[in-house]
Design a protein. Structure first.
Ligand SMILES: Cc1cc2nc3c(=O)[nH]c(=O)nc-3n(C[C@H](O)[C@H](O)[C@H](O)COP(=O)(O)O)c2cc1C
Length: 366
């Protein structure tokens, strides 16, 4: 069960290598167990792996245990409102499908089932530049009026960057998530190394500094969102350079092991650069598996929350799996909101959570 919370999932009737019944999926963690059952060892390891001893990967899953959501009574919660905007675009839910490479390792339809499921549900999908399908194929699969962003890496080959940005623009992607926590090299992902010999080599630039980041904005008219922010100092640097948003992330624990969780980084920004939340949008991800995890990140100032591995695992069923995953998380989010006494997702703020345990441990505050 991969050390996941025991919620009574019974796999005794599952046949190794085959798809389990989709109805068995009642929580996002269930999709991970199903993917492990269905996929080859190497494909599962590719999605599942973190870097080094996976301290950050595990911290992402564990941090929620230290957060309390007291909840308020005596409030009218009869009309739940879960919709929000991201960079001015309307979405039905405050969580989105984050960029994750090679959806084709889970299903032949690869990113196409992700883009269709996201479109059907009105949620944001941000394909990875290392996707199985091309920018063009993914754009062609979207619904009319669907809004897609796209992720980009800082390739050392500048003409590749220019070419991809101009294709993103002309294909109608509305913003670029620029990943800044994976420069030069990948994390050492031992679990994946056991299954494959291609590691580390990324083609990403190792010389990308603050000046390069500033110049990057001149390369496209699309809004750029630096993804992989882990400190208040870097958040502030992005604000000073005029970016419209930042994306707090530790890459799902796949790059720098020991990097803080999104909860800790958001708290760091709240303490040392609170103006960031007033002047730019902040997105966050890492270990989000439950509705109350989404609530926690929103309460700490995130406008929207990303899901990396789980949509990939759910994609073993293609679109149906991804739709079910979105439905389950939506139901948990709605339920948590009603139980905590807030009907509008946009009103969730830090008064709804207690993070004293983390303040004490991570920031040494009394
Ligand atoms: C298999 C896999 C591939 C990923 N590929 C990318 C990528 O191409 N670009 C990127 O910015 N982040 C990538 N990520 C990181 C995700 O965008 C996200 O930050 C992370 O997975 C969130 O944590 P979670 O998996 O616990 O939800 C990848 C993550 C996984 C698991």
């Amino acid at each position: 069960m991969e050390g996941l919370p025991n919620t009574g999932l019974d796999t005794t009737d599952w046949v190794a290598g085959e798809l389990p019944p989709l109805e068995d999926m009642l929580s996002l963690n269930d999709f991970q167990i199903a993917a492990k059952n269905r996929l080859s060892r190497s494909s599962y390891a590719y999605y599942r792996t973190g870097a080094l001893d996976e301290v950050t990967y595990q911290a992402n899953l564990d941090i929620w245990k230290k957060v309390r959501i007291p909840g308020r009574s005596f409030r009218d919660v009869s009309n739940a409102e879960l919709s929000t905007t991201i960079l001015g675009h309307n979405f039905s839910l405050p969580f989105f499908i984050a960029p994750a490479a090679r959806a084709g390792r889970a299903n032949e339809s690869a990113e196409l089932s992700l883009v269709r499921a996201a479109g059907r549900k009105g949620v944001l999908y941000v394909p990875s530049i290392s996707s199985t399908k091309s920018l063009e194929e993914i754009a062609a699969a979207q619904f009319d009026n669907q809004t897609l962003f796209h992720q980009e890496y800082i390739w050392s080959n500048a003409s590749r960057v220019r070419d991809e940005l101009s294709r993103m623009e002309s294909l109608g992607y509305k913003a670029v998530f620029l990943t800044v926590d994976n420069t030069g090299i990948n994390g050492i992902r031992t679990r994946n190394m056991r299954e494959s010999d291609s590691q580390g080599e990324t083609g990403h630039s190792a010389t990308f500094d603050l000046q390069s980041l500033a110049q990057f904005q001149q390369m496209t008219s699309l809004p750029i969102v630096p993804k992989g922010i882990r400190t208040a100092a870097d958040a502030l640097a992005c604000l000073q350079l005029g970016f419209p948003a930042i994306y707090v992330s530790n890459h799902g624990g796949r790059t720098l092991d020991g990097a803080p969780t999104a909860v800790e980084t958001l708290m760091d920004i709240r303490m040392h650069a609170p103006e960031v939340f007033d002047r730019m949008e902040v997105y966050a991800d890492g270990g989000v598996r439950r509705g109350n995890h989404v609530i926690t990140l929103l309460a700490l100032g995130a406008k929207a929350v990303g899901l990396g591995r789980t949509p990939m695992y759910a994609n073993i069923w293609g679109e149906d799996g991804v739709l079910r995953m979105i439905d389950l998380l939506e139901t948990e989010l709605r339920t948590t909101m009603l139980l905590m006494g807030e009907s509008n997702v946009n009103n969730i703020n830090s008064s709804f959570i207690n993070t004293k345990l983390i303040e004490h441990e991570f920031f040494n505050l009394d």
